[in-house]
Design a protein around this ligand. Structure first.
Ligand code: ZN
Length: 343
């Protein structure tokens, strides 16, 4: 495996960089200080919780030569974890809709060989539910007769899609959404956000720090306001607006994903308002009136269908679906012309 990206460059950080995950990091510290490992760990929970970064931090804690059970940042192992050149760590990612079978084969071949210098080799599969059945069966064979010096970390937001025979051989580590205040405090420190912007973003992300980090890279408040405007325009004028948005995301699944990440909480809030829910539960608390006004033309059933479709289409994008098609599928059903046609 030559690709640097598969070594997890730049992902290594100390456990103190994961506020809110103290319980999980405490478990990792204990595991490392005891030096007894499971052959495999299953990190499961909603997507974009920071599971991959924590896998790198766990591996760094195993490799570090200066601090027991953590990442020191300056020993030769930590420095190479940061630069993505540590030889006993591998990150195996999905390419296209699946993890490539040859990458799984290479991984298993490498796992059978003694580590270069660390006490253990660590292989991270993300997302582990995107292994083809043949690859999953090969991994299962390894877990049935594990190599004493290799550890696998399987990351998934769909644990039901992992072979039960693999799942039962893993120590499971569950990742739950963090309190909004914890994520907001983290955002204020890392991105110098104003408290109100940090709290809004933490809510929009449903307490998922990985997603918050992702959205914090752009002007998410302005983008969120654009999404609300799009809904208002779709309700009023319809198809032209939909095709304008789908044209904008042409060729960029990331742009479409970002659109869905902001659209899903808006649709959820619109539904909550329409059903007379408590406004304290809104994710876009600072835009209550705007959300209400932009979505007043839609029935609760239409909002529910669009919300469910948006969630599904966001997942489809991860499986390499076409960005414009997914946008059109969600938004066209809200257009007056389309609704008239469906009747
Ligand atoms: Zn170190």
């Amino acid at each position: 495996m030559q690709a640097e990206c598969r070594r997890g460059a730049g992902q290594a950080v100390p456990f103190s960089d994961f506020p809110g995950y103290e319980q999980v990091t405490q478990v990792f510290r204990r595991i490392v200080s005891r030096g007894t490992y499971h052959p495999a760990y299953l990190f499961h929970g909603p997507s974009q919780m920071g599971k991959r970064r924590l896998a790198a931090a766990f591996a760094s804690a195993i490799f570090c030569r200066e601090v027991e059970g953590d990442f020191c940042g300056h020993c030769s192992a930590c420095r190479r974890m940061t630069s993505g050149t540590f030889p006993d760590y591998r990150l195996i990612k999905q390419e296209g809709a699946f993890i490539k079978i040859e990458h799984t084969r290479e991984m298993i071949g490498e796992a059978a060989i003694q580590p270069h210098e660390a006490p253990k080799k660590v292989f991270v599969l993300d997302p582990a539910d995107r292994m083809r059945i043949e690859a999953a069966n090969s991994l299962l064979k390894v877990l049935e007769e594990p190599f004493p010096f290799s550890i696998f970390i399987l990351i998934t937001s769909s644990p039901h899609a992992i072979l039960p025979t693999i799942e039962s051989r893993c120590q499971k580590i569950r990742f739950s959404p963090l309190p909004y205040e914890t994520v907001a405090a983290q955002l204020m420190e890392a991105h110098a956000l104003e408290p109100s912007a940090a709290e809004t973003l933490a809510r929009l992300c449903g307490g998922r720090p990985g997603l918050a980090e992702e959205l914090a890279k752009g002007d998410f408040l302005a983008e969120r306001d654009k999404v609300i405007e799009v809904l208002a325009s779709v309700g009023a004028d319809g198809e032209l607006e939909v095709f304008r948005v789908s044209h904008q995301v042409r060729g960029s699944r990331d742009a479409a994903q970002r659109f869905f990440q902001l659209l899903i909480p808006v649709l959820r809030d619109a539904l909550l308002l329409r059903q007379g829910g408590d406004p304290k539960g809104l994710l876009n608390q600072d835009r209550q009136e705007e959300v209400r006004s932009a979505t007043k033309k839609f029935t609760p059933e239409e909002l529910l269908a669009a919300w469910q479709d948006a969630t599904e289409c966001s997942w489809n994008l991860l499986q390499n679906a076409s960005a414009p098609t997914q946008i059109e599928r969600v938004l066209l059903q809200l257009c007056p012309v389309e609704k008239a046609r469906a009747r």
